[in-house]
Design a protein around this ligand. Sequence first.
Ligand code: CDT
Length: 312
Amino acid sequence: MPRHVTVAAAQLGPIQKDHTRAEVVERLVVLLQRAHSMGAELVVYPELALTTFFPRWFVEDIREADHWYERSMPNEATQPLFDEARRLGVGFCLGYALLDEQPDGSVHRWNVQTLVERDGSIVGTYKKTHIPGHEHHEPDRPFQHAERYYFEPSPDGFPVWRAFDGIVGMAICNDRRWPETYRVMGLQGVELVLIGYNTPIHYVPDPSQDILQGFHNALVMQAGAYQNGTWVVGVAKGGVEEGVDSLAQSMIVAPSGQIVAQTLTTDDEVVVARCDLDWCAKYKNTLFDFDRYRRPEVYGPITGQRGVALPE
Ligand code: CDT
């Protein structure tokens, strides 16, 4: 039986600070319905798809930011999305901030994506691994990117799940820039990688990269797809949010590395692609036949060290 899954990249335009969860969920439902009418079986939303990108502001007491986090999923605010998706028989992947309160009283703040199957069952929740930006207030910046204050890095790595008739993995925004992200999933046979992102056009530490944001976005996802023989779906929250312009250019990339669908606007927009999961094998069994051609015995530094070790 050939395995195809029609996937939608459900890009969001900006979510401003005063937009309520109810307003945002209404937009998500509209995108879901549009995607369904285009034949989608799986709808992928951006990173932090329920709120504005709140790490752009610093608060001295982190508990003042707790209202940006979800405490459970689904919850009262997102139930309409879960209900409509199940009614339509469409799965989805949703990014949001999670406040994880443990029975022992410890609190964890994660940046996560939850994958939901067509029958409404939760497949899994992925926690962001590579947390970019800064830990402390940097008042000289035009806007903050304090993700390292608001989120812990996940200790879990990159699990994959059997879902949607294939092998599915997830990554979140900055994760997509790191080859290890795709390779760890590639080593588990991943066929579909779902990635939400919020990427400000202005990169404060080195503005010479601003003009290259679109190029770098495509570069890393196309390389990740090709080098691991997998589909990659990258979905933006784009446009000008609270004065900060963010990259859109959501895309669906084939295992060949080719872009098969891409958004044209910086607003709410859906693009779909019919993903042939068996296409992955063309790459996994030939040029990137890992078992035949990889040389893990000489890749020690990849997992043995974090930073650069210069030669003598
Ligand atoms: N959300 C996220 O991870 N954004 C980063 C911005 C660059 S680091 C300040 C990204 O990699 O796109």
